[in-house]
Design a binder for this molecule. Structure first.
Ligand code: ATP
Ligand code: MG
Length: 505
């Protein structure tokens, strides 16, 4: 019934139609059936404040798409004819951000629960031929770009996009038709210029305008196409053939996109709840290489038990509204490199202090894969901490265990250990022990340590357990190997070392 209504409604010709800007269709609530309860109060508040000040303002983009599909949007964007300066003046906590694309963040609440409503000013539809032509890129041509509001590079990539325009111009510049609708929460009307409602109903992801030109303007749209295809695949959405055809050719354009933006886009692909579907989409589209080095790696390793489980866990956590850390996922992604490098180093230098070997292995993994995000100091430090903590889980003495559990990043390190246990890399018993230990009170912790010590005395041959305890030197590369063990090994070098339970890291 609704489909019929929509069909009849969108087919009716509208006045003032223009091929470039589409035709304005105003769809009432009785047709689109958006549930107002799914709309965030703060977004309504922002629209209200702007409208009360005499501006046009709508909820826009992905939020309208999700509302139409009956999903609660994860964030809300607002579009207005007010300039960023005018917007900023209307709110107590509002910040103008971005250079390539200036927008305003209106902030509600504080700390963990704070919420940001992004407010964008309608952009003008400008011909690339009229834009300032920049010979280099954002880094090499900083000076040239300083006072320019609309600029493109030699390939047509838009480097500055800060010329204000009308709502229809703004709609034509958005990426996909289903992302280009405007919702007024007070009248309940959805304004649609590019058949977004029809496409939502037909379940197609369609680029507005000529797809290759749009990928040239902003190659990140290739990644966005993958992201939305993955996000909406469970609803049956497909990328329209014309939108899909130039994606492969457009890949090479990604090389010029600033690394920091690529890194953020990669995280959006992997950490917004659809990581597994994203990998599937990339395979389906034949875009498994050349997107971004770390993403290529994710696709090639997606079947490795550790990474696969990490991706599944990430999707599950996001769906449960729990936080996810990029450092954790990247630590999972590069763990195989760290292990390999560590094993190689240990083999080549049997006398090398295990912790030193692990440090060097980590450095090598960073050099090989994370060089391009070296500016992200905290992220790298967190990954290193997760990895360096692993051997310490094998030391279950009273002192070592108490110190480890007190570490700031214990939870991330422990989650990583548990993942390794799930994948058979270390015994489950070890991660279960740590889980119990971390939850226990002081008295119970002492008894847990006593039990271990007793077990070890009673059955010293019980490797699966005893191999992780530290009171006696053990044959594991725990990174903090006691001197006694090193001396013994020097006299009698071992081959095929390890108990099968060691992380070898
Ligand atoms: P999500 O649900 O993941 O937030 P979204 O569609 O809201 O998806 P955003 O990155 O939040 O994506 O962008 C908001 C809107 O801004 C989009 O819906 C789209 O209309 C527009 N937009 C964002 N990035 C681009 C781009 N690179 N090119 C054209 N339009 C864009
Ligand atoms: Mg959004």
């Amino acid at each position: 019934m609704i489909n019929k209504l929509i069909n009849r409604w969108w087919k009716s010709p509208a006045k003032g139609a223009s091929a470039r800007f589409g035709r304005r269709e105003e769809v009432p609530a009785s047709v689109h059936k958006i549930d107002p309860n799914l709309v965030d109060d703060r977004a309504i508040d922002v629209v209200d404040t702007l409208q009360a000040a005499g501006f046009d303002a709508y909820i826009v983009g992905g939020a309208v798409r999700d509302l139409l599909l009956g999903k609660r949007p994860k964030d809300f964007d607002v579009a207005t004819d007010a300039t960023p300066e005018q917007v900023k003046r209307l709110f107590r906590r509002a910040f103008i951000i971005g250079r390539r694309f200036r927008i305003v963040h209106v902030v509600f609440g504080r700390g963990r629960d704070h919420e940001v409503i992004e407010v964008t000013t309608f952009r003008a539809f400008l011909d690339s031929a009229d834009a300032a032509q920049i010979t280099g890129n954002e880094k090499t041509s900083k000076r040239q770009l300083e006072h320019v509001e609309h600029a493109v590079d030699a390939s047509g990539r838009v480097l500055r996009d800060n010329v204000w325009g009308t709502i229809e111009e703004d709609a034509a510049r958005r990426d996909f038709s289903i992302n280009a609708m405007y919702y007024d929460p007070f009248t309940g009307v959805v304004i649609d210029y590019h058949h977004g409602i029809r496409d939502a109903q037909k379940k197609v992801l369609r680029m507005i305008g000529d797809p290759l030109t749009r990928y040239r303007e902003d190659p990140v749209r290739v990644i966005r196409a993958i992201r939305f295809a993955a996000k909406l695949t469970s609803l049956g959405f497909k990328i329209e053939a014309k939108t899909r055809a130039p994606m492969g050719d457009a890949l090479k354009l990604l090389a010029d996109v600033p690394q920091s933006r690529m890194f953020d886009e990669m995280l959006k692909l992997l950490q917004t709840g659809h990581a597994i579907d994203t990998v599937e989409q990339m395979k389906k589209l034949g875009l498994t290489k050349g997107l971004y080095p770390l993403l290529d790696l994710v696709v090639s390793r997606a079947q490795d038990p550790l990474l696969r489980t990490a991706l599944q866990d990430t999707d599950r956590r996001v769906s449960e509204g729990k936080p996810v850390a990029p450092s954790y996922l990247l630590a999972c992604l590069l763990w195989a490199d760290v292990r390999q490098a560590n094993e190689k180093l240990r083999r080549a230098n049997p006398r090398m202090q295990p912790m030193m070997a692990l440090q060097q292995a980590v450095d090598q993994a960073f050099d090989a894969h994370i060089g391009d995000v070296s500016g992200r100091g905290r992220l790298g430090a967190d990954m290193r901490e997760i990895w360096m903590m692993q051997p310490r889980f094998e030391r279950r003495t009273a002192r070592a265990a108490a110190a480890l559990v007190m570490q700031n990043r214990f939870r991330a390190g422990f989650d990583f250990l548990r993942l390794r246990a799930q994948c058979g890399e270390v015994p489950l018993e070890l991660s279960e022990w740590w889980e119990a230990y971390s939850l226990a009170d002081e008295h119970s912790r002492e008894s847990m340590i006593d039990v271990l010590a007793r077990e070890r005395r009673q059955s010293p041959s019980r490797k699966a357990t005893a191999a992780f305890d530290e009171e006696e030197p053990v044959e594991v590369s725990d990174g903090v190997e006691p001197a006694r063990k090193r001396r013994r090994r020097r006299r009698k070098p071992r081959t095929g070392e390890g108990s099968g339970t060691s992380p070898e890291a």
